[in-house]
Design a protein around this ligand. Sequence first.
Ligand code: GLU
Length: 491
Amino acid sequence: MTIVTRFAPSPTGFVHIGSLRTVLYNYLYTKQNDGKFMLRIEDTDRARFVEGSVENLQNVLASVGLIPDEGPNNPGDKGPYFQSERLDIYQTHIKTLLDDDKAYYCFCSSDRLTELREEQQSLWLPTKYDKKCRYLTPEETQEKLDAGAQYTIRLKVPDNTEITFEDAVRGKITIPSKDVDEQVLMKTDGFPTYHFAVVVDDHLMWVTDIIRGDEWIPSTPKHVLLYSAFGWEMPKFSHVPPLLWEGWKKLSKRTGDVSVESFLAKWFLPEAMLNYISLLGWNPKTTQEIFSMSELIEKFKLSDVHRAGAIFEESRMEWFNSEYIKSYETTTLWNKIKTYLGRYDNEYLEEISNFPEEYILKILEELKTRMKKLEDFKTLTQFFFTDVADLDPELIVNKKMKIESLTDVKTSLTVALEILENVENKLESIDEIKNTFIDEIKNREMKNGQVLWPVRVALSMQQFSPGWLELIYIFGREKSIQRITKVLKQI
Ligand code: GLU
């Protein structure tokens, strides 16, 4: 039997990082079983539909490389993939349930239902439909239908029984039927509710495994009842734990700052994000932390997903990201940065494209260990592509380094200039630069910091930057001389 999984989002906006993890688990499980992973859009709640969100979702999945095998973009034989295009299918199936006495018409007005709910709430009772219409006679029902009364269609929950299902993560789950609400399956507007559509679609689309967030556990008994009402085989359920914020606040679906889009826009590498979130909820039973996609596919096990919620920490994801950044060949990394720049900061890309690629690669080679996100590339490198900034005395005068005044700065920079201009060797390697400067400073009976602090600041005009050594190395002798001369002129 071919394994079929699905991701079934409601298109209500951006893609939450927790949803991405659900997609990932579906994807890993499917790939390791040579199955098919499907995308289905659950858009029957028209009030919550957000224009553009389906396109956005598909772009996000493509950006992170988790591309469904079947879905709106690449239809197979199980479509349509939008629930809003499957309304006639739900109509046929609801009729079957009505005919088999597994569902019933409900004519209760929304006012009555509100009243009922409020009353139950005031008594601290669980809010449930009181089954009033379940006991209408067939004649009474027909009479109301003939009179054109508005109705919904509800699930008939069997009395005095237990509903049981096996969950790959949680084990066996049993719920007494008295605790299950007689759920609306079909709304007055002829649209199905989530509970009804999800079961019909999962069955008709041959879904064998449902991997989704554990917030759906309370709904699953209703689904189980529907499978048995239709006489359908049940898929295997795996309910995965939620992602939590630092501080245990459940990641809210509407919090934009935990959207995958926002992390992509901060230039997190998709492979680092996926690696990190794969470990939020899954225990690989080893101390290894960096997993390639093929390793994840090989090693991931649904039975090693734990029940407790996992805490999402952006700073932890940054660590994974920096590990990936460091591991890439500089040219590979540069190509990735170019892609991101093209997408998020084309202006900067154009600006630096005027410089020889060799120069950019040299910068990147020295700086990649300092980058947590690709986004840092700009902040770290901007001054390499611009002229010397205005002198900031507050920054360059540094009492700790024995630079008490701008006069001291002038003395030190003049010494640095002298070294750069006069030494015999070419100052082409880090070692050459280091040895030369240390020797020359010693010869002049000065302290290292006294010369090197102003050199670092003069070359970068930044509070934080790579060290003086890397700066001279990257700029090269000529440019370093030019920049220091320009700073000296400002004093
Ligand atoms: N449409 C549901 C959601 O938005 C799908 C839940 C499920 O996977 O069954 O999460």
